[in-house]
Design a protein around this ligand. Structure first.
Ligand SMILES: Nc1ncnc2c1ncn2[C@@H]1O[C@H](COP(=O)(O)OP(=O)(O)OP(=O)(O)O)[C@@H](O)[C@H]1O
Length: 361
């Protein structure tokens, strides 16, 4: 293995003859990020010193699937590999971010285009299990969404709450909801759509032309490779201060917003096939699910009326959208409860209680 596989790739398949500058990029939580400026344009490179390439392979799979829909802008992944000193890296397209978050209605349209373009024939799930924050997500392909969401999303989190907190109250009530939630989906056509899976404001930005950009889809983790570092990974440790839920423990770091950058934009357009060598040929997805589940993090995403209006122009609102909204928030509230503790328990329990009353269950 080369001493510096990143440099080697950039100077060969990246089609650069010279790396003119390497500068650090702030904003991430678990990985070190650098911008490589070259005579063939700029590259965005993330490295992790302790986690093997499976995490970045999952990120590349998700990015590539979204990239191929040619809908919302995402960085094109180029290469994932191992570092000679241990750990791994991902090289992707560098995107020059603009100063603002961009036009909300364009974001709504583009997100809907992603969902529309990314329809899967395999059902609901993903080719690999992954994580939400640091919590495992089981992604076994399932033909029925209500079953998938009940078992692999809500059921998994409820079980976790019982296992780690001994919380049989939320478990029992939550399971009653899972068993009785069917009518919430009456008259709905549910098709598996390509979802980003972790769409909150920290993962939404715009490029210098004001086009919306989304980054960092819900990470993949081979459970065998999870390390203590990864267990504290991803955006869930850093919800934005605008979240409407109880504040996190003050010992946690504050949210770090996106940084705007100045950059060249020349990029190579090759070598996607290099990405995710162990998973080549898979029908990659960030995850395939009911499109409405993408709004489960909406309490941390700042979506406004113009966003939703534009979204529904492309992906029409289904009957009963409003009455399912909290059901999709519930998954993320439960996950926050499991990650951060009791501050989030009452929010989750309130949703469950409200549904049990509504459904007379
Ligand atoms: N393709 C890109 N081009 C330029 N800058 C980027 C690109 N992708 C991400 N960034 C910037 O780099 C920062 C770090 O990236 P990212 O959030 O993916 O890091 P991470 O450590 O893997 O993520 P996290 O720990 O937040 O889950 C982001 O906040 C963003 O500002």
């Amino acid at each position: 293995m080369s001493d510096d596989p990143i440099r080697e790739w950039i100077l060969s398949e990246g089609k650069a003859t010279e790396i003119t500058r390497i500068s650090s990029v702030g904003g991430g939580c678990i990985n070190r990020a650098n911008r490589y400026d070259t005579d063939a344009g700029s590259f965005f490179v993330k490295t992790n010193r302790s986690i093997g390439p499976s995490m970045f392979e999952g990120e590349a799979l998700g990015l590539n699937a979204m990239y191929e829909t040619k809908s919302i802008r995402v960085p094109k992944p180029f290469k994932v590999g191992s570092l000679p000193t241990g750990g791994s890296y991902i090289i992707m397209e560098f995107i020059e971010f603009g100063a603002s978050r961009g036009d909300q209605s364009v974001l709504g349209t583009k997100l809907a285009e992603l969902h529309k373009a990314g329809k899967s024939e395999k059902g609901f799930g993903f080719d690999v299990d992954n994580t939400i924050g640091s919590t495992p997500q089981v992604n076994t392909w399932t033909s029925d969404w209500i079953q998938f969401y009940g078992e692999h999303r809500l059921g998994f989190q409820l079980q976790l709450a019982r296992d780690q907190y001994g919380d049989s109250s939320i478990y029992d009530k939550g399971q009653r909801l899972v068993k009785s939630m069917g009518p919430l989906f009456d008259d709905v056509i549910i098709e598996p759509c390509l979802l980003h899976g972790d769409l909150w404001s920290g993962n939404i930005s715009s490029d210098k032309n004001g086009e919306p950009v989304i980054v960092d889809p819900a990470c993949y983790s081979d459970f065998r490779l999870r390390s203590p570092v990864f267990l504290r990974s991803a955006s869930f440790l850093f919800p934005p201060t605008s979240c409407s839920l109880p504040p996190l423990s003050s010992s946690l770091p504050l949210f770090i917003p996106f940084f705007p950058f100045d950059a060249d934009t020349e990029r190579p357009t090759t070598v996607v096939g290099e990405v995710a060598s162990g998973t080549k040929g898979m029908q990659a997805r960030a995850s395939d699910g009911h499109n409405e589940a993408e709004f489960g993090m909406s309490w941390c995403a700042g979506f406004g009326g113009s966003f939703y209006n534009a979204y529904f122009e492309v992906m029409p609102k289904q009957p009963g959208f409003e009455k399912r909204r909290d059901l999709y928030l519930l998954y993320h509230y439960l996950n926050h409860y499991n990650l951060f503790g009791s501050g989030y328990c009452s929010s989750a329990m309130t949703i469950i209680d409200d549904y049990l009353r509504f459904l007379k269950a």
